[in-house]
Design a protein around this ligand. Structure first.
Ligand SMILES: Nc1ncnc2c1ncn2[C@@H]1O[C@H](COP(=O)(O)OP(=O)(O)OP(=O)(O)O)[C@@H](O)[C@H]1O
Ligand SMILES: [Mg+2]
Length: 436
């Protein structure tokens, strides 16, 4: 795929004179270039992720950080980096200081436009970002897939897959498909008290007809924000499903969703492995009961033989209660030979209420511990399991390397961070430190 011809830029700024100057500079650039035309969509207030990213699908985002909206804009940058970290983001501010630059960089900002606008600088920045776009276009078309699997039944695979999918959809506003790949008696719809009108078998039979329109009509988005793809209704339907069909369906679906969460059940069948092969991560679920640990160890052996490495698979510990467990987390990691990437608390009452009502945890009680943990897990998936509070070593030096005009950007203007920013930053850091 070549470089896109129409470059869509989301401009988030309430300063009309800044917007006009920037659009003028971009118009000039459009006229000067034969290949690209820049289209700017202005957002005068801070848009939701859905408005700015999902609906508009920009190739770039430019955010003007007005002093009175500083914390809201930084929060927006933070959300953007979590759900669409591959979209290049440029920031600008009438009052740029080193704290603001640091905050923006930590949230994935690639460059800065000085004010008042210098059209030559805008051209240089835009041209730098354009070089990344072909790759970006290709990446944007395929969903990241996360396969939830355990080698033993009844330990919460469906519960974790379903609730993580809901948290991911609600946190990001992205299109999340929850695929029940359990071929016999899959029970994902049950967790949502949902009666699907179509199943995986219908999609396999109509694979040639699948497009955005077909999926919208066939797989409506559930009120929780996720789209549910149910497994076969009757066990005998599963017998005819071939591995290559599943692979093909997976590749097709990846074009229409941002994330695919798969309930892969407990059996390493060919279809399950074929989806795992292309998954970004496999979440291998275990708990600390000896029979489960034994099976998890067996599964890790199989993963090693399949060539999956730690990083591709991540260990997820369910129903962990530090008070009553025989082992602590480090002992569990030692036994399993791999680190535990995340642990989910044991909350029998809330889990049972959710299951009996067919209401996912986030909609049942957004404030409960389990709901918060599912949001943290969704964040980890989006951030590629990077420790949420990680800061690069030698931060100032890296900054200077990344920003040739760093000195001039921070000169003279340094002032205290806004109150809003300090408060939000510290709360966020606290929350994140719990997640890892
Ligand atoms: N963290 C948890 N705290 C308390 N109960 C939980 C937790 N996780 C799962 N459960 C409960 O464990 C039971 C089994 O969960 P689930 O059906 O998700 O397991 P599974 O591994 O998918 O089982 P199956 O073999 O039927 O596919 C459910 O009743 C669920 O509510
Ligand atoms: Mg299950």
């Amino acid at each position: 795929m070549g470089k896109p011809v129409d470059i869509k830029i989301a401009l988030i700024s309430s300063n009309t004179s800044f917007n006009e100057d920037l659009k003028k500079a971009l118009d000039q650039e459009s006229r000067a270039k034969k290949d690209e035309t820049f289209h700017v969509k202005e957002f005068h207030s801070v848009p939701t992720m859905e408005e700015a990213v999902i609906h508009y699908s920009p190739h770039m985002v430019i955010v003007n950080i007005e002093t009175d909206m500083r914390s809201d804009k930084l929060f927006f940058l933070d959300q953007l980096s979590r759900i669409a970290g591959r979209i290049p983001v440029v920031a600008s501010a009438a009052e740029m200081d080193s704290d603001l630059i640091l905050s923006c960089l930590k949230k994935g900002t690639r460059d800065f436009i000085k004010q008042p606008i210098d059209s030559i600088e805008v051209r240089q920045i835009i041209n730098r970002l354009l070089t990344d776009l072909p790759q970006l276009e290709e990446d944007r078309q395929l969903a990241d897939t996360f396969s939830f699997f355990s080698y033993k039944g009844g330990i919460g695979t469906t519960f974790l897959a379903a609730n993580t999918a809901v948290a991911l959809a609600q946190m990001t506003g992205a299109k999340v498909l929850l695929w029940d790949l359990v071929m016999q008696n899959g029970d994902v719809p049950f967790f949502f008290d949902y009666e699907p009108s179509a199943t995986m078998i219908d999609l396999l039979e109509n694979i040639g007809a699948i497009d955005g329109h077909y999926l919208k009509g066939t797989l409506p988005t559930h009120s929780t924000g996720v789209t549910i793809l149910a497994g076969p209704k009757r066990p005998e339907e599963a017998e005819t499903v071939r591995n290559d069909q599943i692979q093909n369906l997976h590749e097709t679906l990846r074009e229409y969703y941002d994330y695919i969460i798969v309930d892969s059940g407990h059996t390493l069948t060919d279809p399950v492995i074929s989806v795992m092969d292309y998954a970004k991560n496999i979440l291998l679920i275990t708990d600390l009961h000896l029979p489960v640990l034994k099976n998890t160890l067996r599964c890790l052996d199989v993963f090693e033989r399949l060539g999956y490495v730690e990083g591709k698979f991540k260990l997820l510990l369910n129903r962990y209660n530090s008070k009553y467990e025989k082992f602590d987390l480090s002992k569990a990691s030692e036994i399993l030979r791999y680190p535990i990437a995340f642990s989910v608390m044991n909350d029998y009452v809330t889990a049972s209420r959710s299951l009996n009502a067919g209401i996912p945890i986030a909609d049942l009680d957004r404030e409960c511990g389990l709901a918060k943990q599912f949001t943290q897990l969704a964040q980890l998936l989006v951030r590629e399991f990077m420790p949420l509070e990680e800061k690069p070593a030698n931060w100032m030096e890296r900054l200077k390397l990344m920003l040739p005009n760093f000195e001039s950007l921070v000169s003279a203007r340094k002032g205290p961070p806004s109150k809003g920013e300090t408060v939000k930053g510290s709360a966020e850091e606290k929350e994140q430190s719990h997640a890892a």
